[in-house]
Design a protein around this ligand. Structure first.
Ligand SMILES: *Cc1c(COP(=O)(O)O)cnc(C)c1O
Length: 368
């Protein structure tokens, strides 16, 4: 069996395809293209699953961050702390708002925002908000960050990779922050295109977000200038259908991460600490090498054995061209991006697949 990085073939079973096609066909017959019944059903059920009061679907995960920032009235010139390890969208949403990202450094073992770095950066910069990212599905230290931020600095949790992540308070969504998700096709919960959402526990904020995503509409005309970021009905119908087995698929990811952990833990390769095993959504399985060259060498070696791997992230955010002038702390993020490689991770890998990958890594490390 070939090992694949993602596995859409097994994710989209024949039975699922039939049901999805039926739903899409009904939507065409009913001309209910935007914000239909499946939007309501998904929002209700996903909020429940994540222990949040409200779920507001959006057009994608980047818009979700941008809208959350607007809901907190963050805009022109405001400083927003972001980690140096994330997908580019986390920084981009801040910039699109006219606000200014400031880098907070990361934990060198996980890529998660480091509370100690936040404390230091706060002495230099008047932050209006921070966006901790549950990167790879690992839970960011929200409780510690909240203690440092309270009550003046707003927190937006970027949960794009965290459908299934557990925090101290419960599932991602159970805090009093705004939490954003992406349902891009490769995420743990995925649409047939672009979609995203925001979770909120405050009624007023939920109403404001509903208005922002729909051109600032209110019952009496336009209350503010928002944007068009509604989620279309077909995507909502697919998402709602996929909610059914999200828990089961995340459970499988956890089991696979456990197998990886067991077979790699005594090798000279950096793995995520054991204490995260139970709490991550295991969107990705990152390992750390000694340096960039060794990382590329391992990737090449795996490729010769038909084992795919991925560079998340090839560069840290502070090394991306549009962000070169951004201030803050970046040292650990740069090293982390240089050394990190993501191994195959999807719910359909079996123990033999994991052994094959682990054996290849052992062979690589023995010969270096
Ligand atoms: C995927 C992702 C996003 C952006 O989501 P889109 O739906 O592609 O706009 C934002 N942040 C992180 C961490 C992501 O992984």
């Amino acid at each position: 069996m070939t090992i694949t990085f993602y596995n859409f073939k097994e994710l989209h079973t024949e039975e699922f395809r039939q049901e999805a096609k039926q739903r899409i066909s009904d939507i065409i017959d009913n001309n209910s293209f935007i914000e239909g019944e499946y939007n309501d059903l998904f929002e209700k059920e996903f909020a429940q699953m994540q222990q949040a009061e409200h779920c507001l679907l959006t057009a994608n995960g980047t818009d979700a961050i941008e809208i959350a920032l607007q809901a907190y009235d963050i805009g022109h010139g405001d400083k927003v702390g972001i980690p140096g390890i994330s997908f580019f969208a986390t920084a981009e949403a801040v910039i699109t708002r006219g606000a200014c990202p400031i880098f907070i450094d990361i934990d060198p073992e996980t890529g998660l925002m480091d509370p100690e770095s936040l404390k230091r950066v706060m002495e230099q910069h008047n932050l209006k908000a921070i966006i901790p990212v549950h990167i790879y599905g690992l839970p960011a230290p929200i409780e510690q960050l909240e203690k440092i931020c309270n009550p003046s600095i707003k927190i937006i949790e970027d949960g794009a990779q965290a459908q299934g992540t557990i925090l101290k308070s419960g599932p991602v969504g159970s805090t009093n922050n705004l939490i954003t998700f992406s349902f891009y096709p490769t995420k743990n919960l995925s649409a047939f295109g672009d979609a995203g959402c925001i979770l909120a526990n405050d009624n007023g904020m939920a109403e404001k977000i509903k208005s922002i995503r729909n051109h600032g509409r209110s019952p009496n005309g336009h209350a503010l200038s928002g944007k068009n970021s509604r989620c279309d009905h077909m995507q909502a119908a697919v998402l709602h259908l996929k909610l059914r087995n999200l828990k089961e698929l995340n459970q499988k990811r956890k089991q696979i991460a456990g197998w990886y952990h067991e077979s790699l833990k005594n090798l000279e390769i950096g793995i995520v600490p054991q204490k995260y095993l139970e709490y991550s959504s295991w969107h990705l399985y990152p390992v750390r090498l000694f340096n960039r060259d060794q990382k590329y060498a391992l990737q090449y070696f795996l490729k010769t054995k038909d084992i795919p791997s991925s560079l998340f992230y090839e560069r840290s955010l502070p090394e991306e061209k549009p962000l070169l002038d951004i201030e803050g702390e970046t040292k650990n993020a740069k090293t982390f991006a240089a050394n990190t490689l993501c191994l195959p991770m999807n719910p359909f890998l079996n123990e033999e697949d994991v052994n094959t990958v682990a054996q290849a890594i052992k062979e690589f490390l023995a010969n270096r």
